[in-house]
Design a protein around this ligand. Structure first.
Ligand code: SAM
Length: 148
């Protein structure tokens, strides 16, 4: 099976990747290890400080809200990712972030997040926390379809 990384390697190019809500850099790091040129964005200085300790200058980190990326040009990344971030956002905010990801990506928008494995214990914890997780599970497939 041919992967995105094979495709870029064959073309002698390094894909430009933007990782939204990069946290300590897990997803960003896996792209950087595959020769991508990676930028990670996160709102939290604490998370970015951990990410910088792990990856140093291999990844460019920017402290910003996902909706404050107007300084980045349209289509300026080949792949724009969000890992385990979108379920933390209310619906209208999540849609705006997805639209921003689409604006910045010239090829792929990649969302890595929870799978719909609903169980009563998780449901109770999420309800107590007042989280958007259930809403996310109900809405994300439709929101991604509308994006394409
Ligand atoms: C659960 S962590 C996931 C981190 C990483 N993507 C991973 O998969 O390990 C979610 C991250 O999203 C960041 N985040 C949440 N809302 C954000 C926003 N509006 N703009 C930028 N980052 C945000 C948080 O600070 C946190 O680091």
């Amino acid at each position: 099976m041919k992967t995105w990384s094979d495709e870029y390697t064959a073309a002698g190019a390094s894909p430009r990747v933007l990782d939204i809500g990069t946290g300590t850099g897990n997803l960003a790091g896996s792209f950087a290890e595959r020769e991508a040129v990676v930028t990670g964005v996160d709102i939290s200085s604490g998370m970015l400080s951990q990410a910088r300790k792990r990856y140093g200058s291999k990844i460019t980190f920017i402290q910003a809200d996902a909706l404050s990326l107007g300084g980045l040009c349209d289509n300026s990344f080949d792949i724009v990712t969000a890992g385990f971030v979108l379920h933390e956002m209310p619906s209208d905010y999540r849609v705006k972030v997805l639209l921003e990801m689409k604006r910045l990506a010239n090829r792929f928008v990649v969302v890595v997040d929870y799978i719909p494995n609903w169980n009563p214990v998780v449901a109770a914890v999420e309800k107590i926390e007042g989280s958007y997780y259930h809403q996310f599970l109900n809405e994300i497939t439709g929101q991604l379809r509308k994006l394409s």
